[in-house]
Design a protein around this ligand. Structure first.
Ligand SMILES: Nc1nc(=O)c2c([nH]1)NC[C@@H]1CN(c3ccc(C(=O)N[C@@H](CCC(=O)O)C(=O)O)cc3)C=[N+]21
Length: 294
């Protein structure tokens, strides 16, 4: 048996097409959607993501500003930049790339991103609202996991999902989104005793740790669905996941590929969030305009 391939290509293209048409409508109404990407890292996986955001934004008709503060940026500088972009009326989405320089924590700095512009759901307010089941942008990567499973008609309700990784951008929000869909969720991490025993009890394994090839066949129950969130750069300039696909393929029922799985859906959802944020501020501006002329 070889695992079915849960491609993200079709879904990401559909989201991007819909986003492009919404962006065109907004631009025609005088509100060109605009996303600011704040970079304070030299991480290769992040650089890859930023290039892919910039390319996809251009194709979708979204203006994308890359604000590169350099890998040695001070936490205070990052915070001020986020606050400034949050106050800029022409910017609709603000995202801070991780990993951050020493002394800077996303959990702390992201509170400087205005809630309405927090299109990667990074602030404690967004994550708290997500956990409470209130409207908020979910981190694009975490949302991509669930969107990809939905797209491939994989049942979540009542099933046991093991999330490997507890980061603020992926593991924790993915756990909340899965829980919200009535999955039984176990969150595993670097201190989990006997990881393989825990993950091989699950129907769905979500690997989001950032360690190439960590998940092997012994971690997977035969027939289980495996979602690979990892995007680890290789020495050859390629990209590999957290799942050892060669080993898992023969045991899992379905597996998301890297590249071409969660990654492209992540980028597409980030752009969708940006357009939705623009539509909301645009709506508010239009109301203000009417009242002003009224
Ligand atoms: N605040 C924050 N949020 C993030 O979501 C975040 C981050 N920081 N820092 C860096 C990592 C990395 N990451 C990727 C997302 C998509 C691809 C991606 O689209 N990969 C393509 C391959 C690259 C391409 O073809 O352009 C694929 O998997 O098919 C890669 C990497 C998000 N991250």
């Amino acid at each position: 048996m070889s695992a079915a391939v849960l491609s993200g290509k079709e879904l990401s293209e559909a989201i991007r097409a819909e986003t492009a048409s919404e962006a065109a409508e907004l631009a025609a109404a005088g509100i060109p959607p605009r996303l600011a990407v704040v970079i304070a890292t030299a991480d290769e996986s992040s650089a890859w993501y930023v290039r892919s955001i910039a390319r996809a934004a251009e194709k979708a008709g979204i203006v994308c500003d890359l604000v590169d503060l350099g890998p040695d940026a001070a936490a205070g500088t990052i915070r001020e930049t986020l606050a400034e972009l949050s106050g800029d009326p022409v910017v609709h989405g603000v995202i801070l790339q991780t990993p951050l320089p020493g002394g800077a924590a996303l959990e702390d700095l992201a509170s400087a991103i205005a809630f309405e512009k927090d299109v990667d759901g990074a602030s404690p307010l967004s994550l708290g609202r997500l956990a409470a089941g209130l409207p908020a942008f979910a981190p694009a990567t975490a949302e991509a996991v669930v969107a990809l499973l939905d797209h491939h008609a994989i049942e979540l309700s009542g099933r046991h999902a093991a999330v490997v990784g507890r980061s603020t951008v992926v593991g924790k929000p993915a756990a909340h989104l899965l829980l919200d869909r009535n999955a039984t969720v176990t969150v595993c991490h670097s201190r989990t005793a006997d990881l393989a025993a825990v993950t091989s009890a699950a129907d769905i394994v979500v690997a989001a740790v950032g360690r190439a090839g960590l998940i092997t066949a012994e971690h997977v129950r035969p027939g289980a669905v495996v979602v690979d969130v990892g995007t680890n750069p290789t020495a050859e300039g390629g990209l590999v996941g957290d799942v050892d696909a060669g080993s898992v393929r023969g045991r899992a029922g379905a597996l998301t590929p890297v590249p071409g799985g969660v990654g492209p859906v992540t980028t597409a959802l980030l752009l969708r969030h940006t357009v939705r944020a623009a539509a909301r501020t645009g709506g508010a501006a239009a109301r203000v305009g009417r009242e002003g002329s009224g």
